[in-house]
Write a protein that binds this ligand. Structure first.
Ligand code: 13P
Length: 250
């Protein structure tokens, strides 16, 4: 049975003490339900070591927002997958639309990041999603198909550790959520692509998360769709009660 996941992406928010306060509140209030339902927190790098410690005796898993394509070396300012592993990170975002747009991350780079993470037993949360123009032109399946190409280069064994997040760019931080039907349509498409390129069993076991203005008030409807296995949450992850309510909607 595939895992249901709610992952909070704090993006570049929360100074050190604010981040610790939020993490402590999560630890205090989080009531894990079935073992198949996972809460993941992806803080900025400055919080990683402290949160690793805070989450160590809990069921909350630590994630990260990015890693470098190489394992070490003269890459000033960068963080490797091995460094994240040393802090017990279990998940890491790859190819978030903000990084694709602002740091020009291309498919080759995203593939290398996935390989680094997988070599370090960290599950990539691979993000894909179309721009508003793509949706208006009816080209969104083509865009997503192109973005997913990165994943088909992975072996089946590696691919089975990947989580996919569908984040339509027009829904990120805009308050305009995809409808549950729009999310379902794309998630079913993504799963069908996995079935075609990997196999049906792998497709059935792949967790596909929705991201883009997901909040407690719309999570139940989104998560009720058969191919929506949870959410990747931005703004609403910055408040403990809100992200925990989203988790409880799984
Ligand atoms: P929002 O939930 O703020 O729209 O952000 C979604 C997102 O980009 C998560 O990675």
């Amino acid at each position: 049975m595939r895992k249901k996941i709610v992952a909070g992406n704090w993006k570049m928010n929360k100074n050190f003490l604010e981040g610790i306060d939020l993490a402590k509140e999560l630890v205090e209030k989080h009531q894990p339900s079935e073992s198949n339902k996972q809460l993941v927190v992806c803080p900025p790098f400055i919080h990683t070591a402290a949160l690793s410690e805070l989450f160590s005796a809990t069921s909350i898993e630590l994630g990260a927002q990015n890693c470098h394509t190489s394992d070490k070396g003269a890459y000033t300012g960068e963080i490797s997958a091995g460094m994240l592993k040393s802090l017990n990170a279990k998940y890491c975002l790859v190819g978030h639309s903000e990084r694709r747009a602002n740091f020009f991350e291309d498919n080759q780079e995203l593939f290398q990041k996935c390989k680094q993470l997988l070599a370090n037993d960290i599950r990539p949360i691979f993000c894909c999603g179309e721009m508003l123009e793509d949706r208006r032109e009816g080209a969104y399946f083509d865009v997503i198909e192109d973005q997913l190409e990165v994943l088909w280069k992975l072996s089946k064994t590696d691919f089975q550790k990947v989580v996919i997040a569908y984040e339509p760019i027009w829904a990120i931080g805009t308050g305009e959520t995809a409808t549950a039907a729009q999310a379902q349509e794309v998630h079913a498409f993504i799963r069908s692509q996995v079935a075609k390129k990997m196999d049906v069993t792998i497709a059935e076991n792949t967790s596909i998360l929705y991201g883009g203005s997901c909040k407690a008030s719309n999570a139940i409807e989104l998560f009720s769709k058969p191919d929506v296995d949870g959410g990747l949450i931005g703004g609403a992850a910055l408040q403990a009660d809100e992200i925990l309510a989203i988790y409880n909607a799984l």
